[in-house]
Design a protein around this ligand. Structure first.
Ligand SMILES: CC(C)(COP(=O)(O)OP(=O)(O)OC[C@H]1O[C@@H](n2cnc3c(N)ncnc32)[C@H](O)[C@@H]1OP(=O)(O)O)[C@@H](O)C(=O)NCCC(=O)NCCS
Length: 264
C-alpha cells in the first residue's frame, strides 16, 4: 500500500493513518480520517491518546463530534498549543440523499463528458493524476491506497472529457469502526471540478454519483460531507444532493496555533 502524495509532512501523516488501520479498526473512539489520525469520540479514545497524536503529528482530525463536546475539546487542545479548525457537517439519510442524487444523475451530464474508471493500483499514473487534480482545486488529497479502496471500503468517481483528461473527481468511504454509532455513515468529499467546467452542474453530478455509490456499493445508512464556512458552491452542491446542515455535529482538525488551515 502506498501512493502517498503532497508535502513531506502530508505524506508522513498519510502513512501513519494508513499503517494505523488495524489500531483504528480495533480502538473505540478512533476513526480513519485518511489524511491523519482521527477520533470520533474523545471520551472513548481518551485525552492521553489524543495528546500523543497531537504531540507526535502536530494535528488530529475529529469527526461527527457532538457540538456540546467542542468547548471541552478546545480547552484540551489549547493546553497543547493547538486550535480547532471546524467544518460544517451536512448529512443525509439514504432515502432523501439517494432520491435527490438519482434525480440529478437522471438529468445527465454536459455533452462530451464521460465517467472514467478509477485505477486499482495506488501507484498508478491515473491515481497520481487524480491526486494532482484534487490538490490543484485546493484540497489535500488522500493517499493512493485510500483512493483505490485498499485501506477499507471506498470509491472514487471520475469524469473526463473526450480525450480522457480529468474534469471532475469525488471520493467516498466508511471512516468509522464497529464501536462507533456512525459505523455505517459514509464520508463524501474531495469533490473537485476543473475551473473551465464549473457552474455547469458537474459538481452536483459527480457528488450525486459518489452518494449513489456509497449507498449502493458500500451499503452506507447515511452520508455526510464537510463544508467550510464561506464555500457557497460546495454548500449548495451538497444541499442539492439531499444533505442538510446539522449543527448538532461538528468536524474539525486540531492544528498548531501558528499553522495554516490544513485543507479547504
Ligand atoms: C465546489 C465545486 C466542486 C462545485 O462545482 P461546480 O461544477 O461549479 O458546481 P455546480 O455547477 O454543480 O453548482 C453547484 C451549486 O453551487 C452554485 N455555485 C456554483 N458556483 C458558485 C459560486 N462560485 N458561488 C455561489 N454559488 C455557486 C450553483 O449555482 C449550484 O447551486 P444551485 O443548484 O442552487 O443552483 C467547485 O467549485 C470546486 O471544484 N471548488 C474547489 C474545490 C472545493 O471547494 N471542493 C469542495 C470541498 S470538498
Amino acid at each position: 500500500m502506498a501512493g502517498y502524495f503532497g508535502t513531506e509532512i502530508q505524506k508522513r501523516l498519510q502513512k501513519i493513518a494508513e499503517e494505523s488501520a488495524g489500531f483504528i479498526a480495533a480502538t473505540p473512539g478512533a476513526c480513519q480520517a485518511g489524511r491523519m489520525m482521527g477520533c470520533d469520540d474523545p471520551e472513548m479514545l481518551g485525552w492521553d491518546r489524543i495528546a500523543e497524536f497531537v504531540t507526535r503529528d502536530g494535528v488530529c482530525a475529529f469527526r461527527l463530534l457532538d457540538a456540546r463536546q467542542i468547548k471541552e475539546l478546545k480547552v484540551q487542545l489549547a493546553r497543547r498549543d493547538c486550535r480547532l479548525d471546524t467544518w460544517d457537517v451536512f448529512i443525509g439519510d439514504k432515502e432523501r440523499a439517494l432520491a435527490a442524487s438519482q434525480a440529478i444523475i437522471s438529468a445527465g451530464m454536459p455533452d462530451g463528458l464521460a465517467e472514467l474508471k478509477m485505477a486499482a493500483d495506488p501507484d498508478d499514473q491515473l491515481t497520481e493524476n487524480v491526486q494532482m487534480f484534487m490538490a490543484e482545486a485546493g484540497m489535500v488529497p488522500f493517499s493512493g491506497s485510500m483512493l483505490v479502496g485498499s485501506v477499507g471500503p471506498a470509491a472514487t468517481a471520475l469524469i473526463g472529457n473526450g480525450d480522457g483528461t480529468l474534469v471532475a473527481t469525488a471520493h467516498g468511504y466508511l471512516p468509522h469502526n464497529v464501536f462507533s454509532h456512525f459505523h455505517r455513515y459514509a464520508w463524501g468529499g474531495l469533490v473537485a471540478v476543473s475551473e473551465k467546467h464549473r457552474c455547469k452542474g458537474l459538481g452536483k453530478f459527480i457528488n450525486a454519483l459518489i452518494i449513489r455509490t456509497v449507498f449502493e456499493r458500500l451499503y452506507a445508512s447515511h452520508v455526510y460531507e464537510l463544508v467550510s464556512a464561506g464555500n457557497t458552491a460546495s454548500r449548495r452542491m451538497v444541499e442539492a444532493c439531499g444533505l442538510h446542515h446539522d449543527p448538532a455535529f461538528v468536524c474539525g482538525i486540531a492544528t498548531p496555533v501558528d499553522a495554516a488551515r490544513f485543507t479547504r
